[in-house]
Design a protein around this ligand. Structure first.
Ligand code: FES
Length: 211
């Protein structure tokens, strides 16, 4: 049976560029796809003066389309300014790969979202966010949708373990309906803090467990 992938896709899938992690990354993101539950992480090194991406790596837990897209967009983003890299679209990525089967669109969207989220992470950490919207319960909830519950492979909101979110004077308190001695409690706490803390008006994040 012929594969539904172009030769370029297969080449990037077999020999993906820029795979791995950057230990001292200036910014990173982990994005999950609601469509298939797969995940992708993106790491960036950025020249702080020119705001140019000097190094970029990705790790994919997704399919061939996702790996090939991660490979091509990291190539496209390297040496670009943050603004230029932000403008890379899934359509451009898919075109550069010689097209992807329509059923696989969400896989390249996941890769592009991963790149944009890593850039956003850099901007938040360095006070570069232009549109400063106040952090609300909805903003926090949206971020918690990107924190996976490792037991299920789905996010915290979808698995209904977010019991409460409170915001007061720069402090965000999140209550998770899991025991504090749960095997993944420490990971979940760390990931929540990682996602919420970069928000420009948040000074402190407290994660509590119900039991
Ligand atoms: Fe999940 Fe492609 S099917 S990333």
């Amino acid at each position: 049976m012929p594969l539904p992938y172009s030769e370029i896709v297969m080449e990037h899938f077999r020999h993906p560029r820029n795979v791995g992690r950057i230990e001292d990354a200036d910014a990173k993101s982990i994005e999950g796809s609601p469509a298939c539950g797969d995940m992708e992480a993106v790491y960036l090194k950025v020249d702080p003066v020119k705001l140019r991406i000097t190094d970029i790596k990705f790790e994919s837990y997704g399919c061939a389309s996702n790996i090939a897209t991660g490979s091509i967009i990291t190539e496209m983003a390297k040496e670009k300014t943050l603004e230029e890299a932000k403008a890379i679209s899934w359509k451009q990525a898919s075109e550069a790969l010689g097209g992807l089967p329509p059923i696989k669109t969400h896989c390249s969207v996941l890769a592009v979202d991963g790149l944009r989220a890593a850039i956003q992470n850099y901007e938040e950490r360095h006070g570069l966010v232009k549109e400063r919207v106040s952090t609300t319960v909805e903003v926090v909830r949206k971020r918690l949708k990107r924190v996976m519950n490792p037991l299920t492979g789905l996010d915290l909101v979808r698995t209904k373990v977010v019991e409460d979110i409170k915001i007061a004077e720069g402090a965000v308190r999140v209550v998770i309906d899991l025991p504090a001695d749960h095997q993944f409690a420490a990971n979940i706490r760390e990931e929540i803090i990682e996602k919420i803390e970069p928000l420009w008006d948040v000074d402190k994040v407290v994660v509590e467990f119900t039991e």
